[in-house]
Design a protein around this ligand. Sequence first.
Ligand code: TXA
Ligand code: MG
Length: 343
Amino acid sequence: MSAQVLSIDTPAAFKAALTQCVELLRAGELVGLPTETVYGLAANALHPEAVARIFAVKGRPAHNPVIVHVAGVEMARRCVAEWTPPAEKLAAAFWPGPLTLILPRSGIIPDLITAGGQTVGVRWPSHPFIQAVIRRCDFPLAAPSANLSSQISPTTAEHVRKSLGDKIRLIIDGGPSHVGIESTVLDLTCKPARVLRPGMIHDESLVAVLGELQPAERGRRPDAGEGATPEIVRSPGLLLKHYSPQARLVIWQWQDEEDLKSQISNLKSQIHDAHILAHTRIPFHREFGRVSVMPHDPQAFARAIYAELHRSDEAGAKLIVVEALPDAGEWQAITDRLRRAAA
Ligand code: TXA
Ligand code: MG
């Protein structure tokens, strides 16, 4: 199989792609779709065989639940047993957008989606194409990130084609993802609510709406590995080994170029095999494999980071050195992903 990649950059192309997508999804097939966070591998969430295909194609462990994507609050209500006042407030504040709400599941949600658990993650994504697809289908879409399990999430259609192009029939090119890292996952089944996966909708924004939030377990290193019992894994996507590039990744600070080079040498790595992603102390290019000047603001950094990691891997980097990020606000979600990539 070799995936067809369709662009949606004219109204006619958008319409044609929409028709083709809906047809495949109705038939229980998978489609690679753009969302504002990262690209998703979508299937009819109410169709157990279609959802099973997602797990097979990604090589995803069955104990890792999948997020259900909806096109409005009304559809979200159908997926959950109880649509609570905090859910209502959060949806009003942040949907459509990069926030996934964990709530008790309703009877229409297949077991596979929830990994057998009693809760379901729902999200209303903001990309206009996936919204149009869900509205036309009139069923929610199960969609994990469209990458092989434990690899870096895709932020372009080309990333999806490279990792899954021989396993699915259709990928929609909706341009580079605007947010660039995966949604914030918020557990509303406990009180106060708890962030299971930080994202660009960060703690302060959530507290502004909810009034309170469980304190972040900062620096906590999830100890559950692939062999851990599913019950103790609150959000299996938070297993440490995740979002990994092929190259070794480290997060460092350095004084100057000499200091950076000596840190690389201490690792017994070659300077010319190292790719440097720096946003303040930018070394000269000369001897490093590549030097990327990263943006200063967290939104632009998040938008760029996965494409940088994909590019370094393709260029055969052995070591990726990311300059340490500030420890505040939206930066924390980016640092979370980089730590996982470094694990
Ligand atoms: O931005 C995103 O969320 C992207 C786009 C495609 O929407 N999706 C995404 O899906 O990142 P995935 O499957 O790669 O990550 C979903 C995360 C995992 O960490 C999973 O364990 C967690 O959400 N999750 C899903 N349902 C859950 C549930 N019922 N309880 C706890 N965690 C859940
Ligand atoms: Mg993922």
